[in-house]
Ligand binder design. Sequence first.
Ligand SMILES: [Zn+2]
Length: 464
Amino acid sequence: MSKYKLISIIIILIITLITLSIHPTNQIVLYNYHPTFEISNKFDPKANIKKVIGGSIDDVNVDTNKINFSKPGKYPITYSYNNIKTTITIELKDTLKPDLEVQELTIDLGMKVEARDLIKTSYDSNRSKIKFKQNYQFNEVGDQKVEIVICRGSNCVTKQSVVHILPKDTTPPEIIGIRNLSVLKDSDIDLLSSVSVKDNQDDSPILTIDSSNLDISKVGDYQITYHAKDRSLNTVKETCIVSVVENKKIGSYDQTNEKVVYLTFDDGPSENTQKVLEILDVYDVKATFFVTGTNEEYYYLIKKAHEAGHTIGLHTYVHEYDQIYNSSSAYFSDLKRIEDLVYSQIGLIPKYIRFPGGSSNKVSKKYCHKIMSKLTKEVINRGYQYYDWNEDSEDGSGELSVKQLIKNATASTDNNIILLFHDANGKENSLKALGPVIQYYQKKGYVFKGIDDNSYVVHHSVDN
Ligand SMILES: [Zn+2]
């Protein structure tokens, strides 16, 4: 080794020793002793630490207990690490203008208005002070332009908005869908799901229910009360009777050994119903009709089918997805309409339901999130049963040939088959396929039955 290199190494060693003695290990190094922070910004106390020699910033404890984060001022903040404590002062400042959003407001004449009613976003009322720029009266129908002053400390902004003043409202809201109900004992019933409220002026009146009388664990009749209130404090109440009945589920989710076809016809009565009934007669078989209210001239055929020994079930009154699947109260009000229609024809209300599109329909997603999950549960709680299918002729999807319909409808090898057909205007091919399908299954030893309280139940998996 040359003399020159040896000297270099000694010099480097000396420099290293000097550096270590200046910066002993295990000491926090802070880089900003008098930082300021905006009250609206997120405060990270560890951002004050430049580095920890011989350790990690994560190991430093920070005590910010003395800081009141909603009040501007100077506060101490203490850092501790390996018994070394360092206290520094930070200043909390509030210099940014408040950024609250305002919205327009609609009221009825005579209602009190506070400036804060026009603030759209939620805010901390300790920090932000909100007032009208002038003393507005709001005592005339029409649009009142307003200016709202929003202050935080000495920082103020003025924002403009409009209060729409409607005539004085003395009309109470209307509660829709109230009816006496049967519900299953111990079920998890949602009594608000079939009831809605509307008001002549208030878009969102408040609906509440007093069901404190109701004991869902005990069979019996209970009175419950619905209350509705609009923004002008007009109120209305309505009562109904909830009958808690024994929790006896309809039908069986397991197939029996007996070979049975449950022929089901959706969407009738129609111009085809009479012919369907005649074909069923020819083969002496019973079926189920899930009926609608869309063809008034054929309502009498509901009665005729019932009298011929077929089962009547409830499909929908209007069969418009955007209406019935708009909300659970919309569904139940439609169900009530089809119940009333069926009752007027046959003198009883069936408990058998088929959901339009089946319980697995995806189309309802467009109108109401998770509505099928809610309805499938709610109808069971109310003592109904709903029936999907395990065999589909697919006559609901476009113009299939008679041959194709027969092929689709005879594909099942199950013991218990719930077979979907449609009884609707123009479905001529369904009529033509019907005889051959019945013959096929009869030859295989199947009997045809209408749905009853003991028959097989198919539920699809719900997808909304
Ligand atoms: Zn249908």
